[in-house]
Design a protein around this ligand. Structure first.
Ligand SMILES: [Zn+2]
Length: 230
């Protein structure tokens, strides 16, 4: 049976070849979205303590964050940049879901999702959503939900303002700048929530989202997962 599946895939590839989203080279039958060579050169973060790392430390002294993880480092000009560009600006919704599955497959056996009860993607402001046509964080979250079987909650948190310009601002100023970006629209029916976003920079936007939840549901335990850390 598997032989037939492989043959069918080979045949489909012959008729409609698939290409690597990063380097554009033709994908082999066992490769999905990104070729093995590009995957091998991704700047992965690798194994770290989920409770004490560069992600969780961004929130120390500000907000309680249980677990935190970014899957790769974001560096302008390298493969992580190319992948995020595909995800955010080239309408490759499939890249988001594929990356979400890849991340979840890696983190699931390591216990990252232990105790997590639901997934909430960081929402876009409706204007940006309208412009882009999709929320890239939601696509990532879909992939994670697919692998973990966790419920994906949409529409519970709303972004009420778009991000103001953050360039030339210090980390402290950024935190001030993004106050009240989000509002909890509907009560989250779980205590242990995983927030998912594409890129984490200073953590200011994420912090604003966490605050919006904790203001209404202070008993919530929050963990954070992003595809990249800038
Ligand atoms: Zn490639």
């Amino acid at each position: 049976m598997t032989q037939w599946v492989h043959l069918l895939r080979d045949f489909c590839d012959l008729l409609s070849p698939r290409y690597c989203a990063i380097c554009g080279s033709r994908l082999g039958t066992s490769e999905q979205k990104v070729c093995t060579r590009c995957l091998l050169t991704m700047p992965y973060v690798g194994d770290i303590d989920f409770n004490d790392n560069f992600v969780t430390r961004l929130f120390w002294g500000k907000l309680p964050v249980e677990r935190g993880y970014s899957y790769m480092y974001y560096n302008r000009g390298d493969n992580s940049h190319n992948l995020l560009t595909q995800l955010k600006y080239v309408h490759r919704l499939d890249i988001g879901q594929w990356a979400g599955r890849m991340i979840a497959n890696d983190l699931l056996p390591k216990g990252f999702f232990d105790g997590v009860e639901c997934i909430v993607p960081v929402p876009l402001h409706w204007r940006r959503l309208l412009k882009r046509g999709y929320n890239q964080s939601e696509q990532l979250a879909r992939g994670v939900a697919e692998v973990t079987g966790l419920p994906l909650l949409k529409g519970h948190v709303r972004r009420i303002r778009n991000n103001p310009t953050q360039t030339h601002k210090s980390a402290e100023e950024r935190y001030e700048n993004v106050k009240n970006l989000f509002r909890l629209r509907r009560r989250i029916p779980y205590r242990n929530v995983l927030l998912i976003d594409d890129v984490l920079t200073t953590g200011a936007t994420m912090a604003s989202c966490i605050k919006a939840i904790l203001e209404v549901q202070p008993e919530t335990r929050i963990s954070v997962l992003t595809m990249a850390k800038a």
